[in-house]
Design a binder for this molecule. Structure first.
Ligand code: AMP
Ligand code: GLY
Length: 421
């Protein structure tokens, strides 16, 4: 098969690394890719949001199968466009990707179909949102309706903080049109977990449990990011909890989407709060998590590619994925200043020494090759990923590799996977 992966982050590097190893893959392209992906795929200079460019390239190269990594092109309808052009593509249609693209849609779906989630209100004026906030009191959570790269959520400890979040989203346009509408919801307490499943419209296959760290600071403090690291397995998801998540959340959501005439195909990623009385949905994503994908791919024993094809073809019913028993930990190196302003263009050295540590794979996110050097061009720049017999061993190896990387302009959290230790 000739395969095209769309995207250029750490998730897409992990996907390319995995797909390139499949015996079914004859030729692998990635648009736009990055300096690390270039070792596993031929990178083509087409942005992930350039739908016309991607469809034209896929037609011209007679691509057999497209795997779309990020949410932006999914929500914009890339899979619909490809399928209309006769090209098989992995990922949800735009109507199904609304599960991630509109928090309001997702909350209404949960309410209508009895899927457990926090009580909420949907608002399209700041005044109405603030009335609701004052009536409910704090703590309370304010969310931009649309896509905001994981940064559109404020868990406010006071009413004033929640009102300021409403102003930033709705009046100051912090997230552009994504903030024209907001969801305000109850603050849930418990431990967070992510649960991902491959879905074919009707059937689904759970992936191994993985957990990310969204906050920028150690001890899970400070502003949210796209994710500063991840580990798998996640001990909070016990076998008993896994069957509750499957029965109470994943199954009902897959059936609800089909009932709404929006059958879901692709990766359904449930961000959950494991509350005292059971799992509740915080959010749905409609793609692999980044960086959760990185530890998952190094733990996956089965060939991913036929599973992705089966999801697209509606043939997951008899599918099974096998995983290595080993644990995996991914530590993200980000540019200093992230998730706020950061500089681009600094050189990264020591990548080969890092990759030489046993069990380690260094996935690239925001990198570019320039005059034979690797330079940082993004906020999240590398995902140093290690396998080990235990989470502790995987963590030790990951930080051993991190310490061999010479990049003074970068930083990482030193406590990734602490909840699993
Ligand atoms: P989301 O992008 O919706 O998953 O939200 C990002 C982060 O905000 C989550 O990982 C949680 O840490 C936090 N969060 C979101 N919704 C709630 C909620 N209802 N209660 C408490 N924390 C929340
Ligand atoms: N790591 C969180 C996400 O991919 O949305």
């Amino acid at each position: 098969m000739k395969i095209l992966v769309v995207g250029g982050g750490g998730r897409e590097h992990a996907l390319c690394w995995t797909i390139a190893a499949s015996p079914l893959c004859d030729k692998l392209y990635c648009a736009p890719g990055n300096a690390g992906i270039a070792q596993d795929a031929e990178c083509v200079a087409i942005g992930a949001e350039d739908l016309d460019g991607i469809v034209a390239f896929a037609k011209a190269q007679a691509i057999d199968f497209v795997v779309v990594g990020p949410e932006g092109p999914l929500v914009a309808g890339l899979v619909d466009r490809l399928e209309e052009a006769g090209i098989a593509a992995f990922g949800p249609s735009a109507r199904a990707a609304a599960l991630e693209g509109s928090k309001g849609f997702m909350k209404d779906l949960c309410a209508k179909h009895g899927i457990p989630t926090a009580a909420y209100g949907r608002f399209d004026t700041p005044a109405a949102a603030k009335d609701f906030i004052r009536a409910e009191g704090a703590p309370i959570v304010v969310k931009a309706d649309g896509l905001a790269a994981g940064k559109g959520v404020v868990v406010a400890q006071t009413v004033a903080e929640a009102e300021a979040a409403v102003d930033a989203m709705m009046s100051e346009g912090r997230f552009g049109a994504a903030g024209d509408e907001v969801v305000v919801e109850d603050c849930l307490v418990g431990e967070e977990a992510s649960f991902l499943a491959l879905v074919d419209g009707t059937h689904f296959v759970p992936l191994a449990a993985a957990q990310d760290h969204k906050a920028v600071g150690e001890g899970d403090t400070g502003p949210n990011t796209g994710g500063m690291g991840a580990y798998s397995p996640a001990p909070v998801v016990t076998p008993a909890m896994e069957s509750r998540i499957v029965d109470e959340i994943i199954g009902p959501t897959v059936r609800a989407m089909a009932a709404e005439g929006r059958p879901f195909k692709g990766v359904l990623y449930a961000g959950l709060m494991i509350a005292e009385d059971g799992p509740r949905v915080l959010e749905f994503n409609t793609r692999f998590g980044d960086p959760e994908c990185q530890p998952l791919m190094v733990r996956l024993m089965s060939d991913l590619l036929p599973a992705l094809v089966a999801a697209r073809d509606g043939e997951l019913r008899d599918f099974d994925l096998r995983w290595y028993d080993e644990a995996a930990v991914c530590v993200v190196l980000a540019a200093q200043g992230y998730p706020g302003r950061y500089e681009k263009g600094s050189e990264i050295r020591g990548l080969d020494a890092a990759a030489a540590v046993e069990g380690v794979t260094v996935f690239h996110a925001g990198t570019k090759a320039q005059d034979g050097r690797i330079v940082a061009v993004g906020g999240r720049v590398l995902g140093v990923t290690a396998r080990g017999r235990t989470v502790a061993e995987a963590q030790r190896r990951a930080y051993d590799a991190v310490d061999r990387i010479d990049w003074p302009e970068g930083f990482c959290r030193r406590d990734i996977a602490w909840r699993a230790l």
